[in-house]
Design a protein around this ligand. Sequence first.
Ligand SMILES: NC(=O)c1ccc[n+]([C@@H]2O[C@H](COP(=O)([O-])OP(=O)(O)OC[C@H]3O[C@@H](n4cnc5c(N)ncnc54)[C@H](O)[C@@H]3O)[C@@H](O)[C@H]2O)c1
Length: 378
Amino acid sequence: MKKLNIGMVGYGFMGRTHSNAFLKVANFFDLPYQPVLKALCARNAERAKAFAANWGYASVETDWRKLVVSPDIDLIDIASPNDTHMEIAVAAAKAGKMVMCEKPLGRNAAESEQMVQAVEEAGVLNSVWYNYRRVPAVTLAKHLVDDGRLGRIFHYRAKFLQDWTISSDLPQGGEGLWRLDVNVAGSGVTGDLLAHCIDTAMWLNGPIDEVSAMTETFIKSRKHNLTGKVEPVGIDDASAFLGRFRNGALATFEATRYARGHKALYTLEINGENASIMWDLHDLHRLQYFDHRDEGVLRGWRSIHISDRDHPYMSAWWVPGLQIGYEHTFIHQAADFLRAAGDGKSAAPSFREALQTDYVTDAVLQSAANRNWVKVGP
Ligand SMILES: NC(=O)c1ccc[n+]([C@@H]2O[C@H](COP(=O)([O-])OP(=O)(O)OC[C@H]3O[C@@H](n4cnc5c(N)ncnc54)[C@H](O)[C@@H]3O)[C@@H](O)[C@H]2O)c1
């Protein structure tokens, strides 16, 4: 196995999921590359050193500009907030590094277009961490749709519900709260949660052509942690849209941080002529499947426990009947990336594919602002 030296930017939530993925992936999957945790980059040297020691990174860097040109690094992995993605990815591509980037790709499609151009001009391998594609149950849903088992698809419904920003005392900006600062995040739940729903949806059911959306910012001003002043809130707290897929199916999507009681509930449902599928992040190892062609007296929803060796990714794990969890979706994405890299290819979604999601989220925000139907760009 060839070594592939990773330079990780960010040690937060995603810094941990990605580090864990790169550490474990070669123990469970047969791969052409062995990832090596070579350097960890974050601005606070002490905290970066502690993180690096915990996860086994060989070195620490406090300036990503130095990291991206380091001859020791093969792959730059961007696990820092959205306002850093474009600059780091473009510089990394220019330095000839492979680039993996957290979602959303840019703060808007204009930024993402520049990122796509940079990786394509440099000819470097690239991928975006839309990890929900790699939940084995969701991957199985993709196989069932592609096999034509659902028949013509009429409806695609998705929701991503949280409740952590309801308090008006919660400040915006700075560590842990950058998602509430529009300058850093780009948008609110539209780019954060809805983007996941849109990526999975277009992967399963093809392009979304037009949308009619509404967004709301329930708390209009909050103290900004970096300035200490009360400032207007620029992000959307809730975002919902109706849309049309190119294949004629109707789209109904909702994302919010104001659904009291829900911490991270991502659900999706697809209704086809012959069969329907439902999936729920809180029960992520199950796929609900209804097939109208079943014998009448036995017809009903099947709850398929995704733990058999012939289920996607599961032959790499434990014995049938034992399930896996959230962190494994990142391990699967790392495996797919390293396998594709062995063939000189980018693992899906590439930057170019992820840009399509940003065209939809831009259209959602535009539609909500103008209160009209908007055709999805470019
Ligand atoms: N795929 C998913 O399901 C998923 C889940 C959560 C977050 N994300 C995405 O991952 C990214 C990071 O989110 P998070 O939840 O890990 O955030 P976080 O706040 O937990 O961590 C961000 C990290 O970036 C570092 N950072 C910030 N600016 C930096 C800079 N200029 N140079 C180096 N490091 C810098 C911070 O110190 C911190 O370590 C975001 O783009 C977010 O949208 C994706």
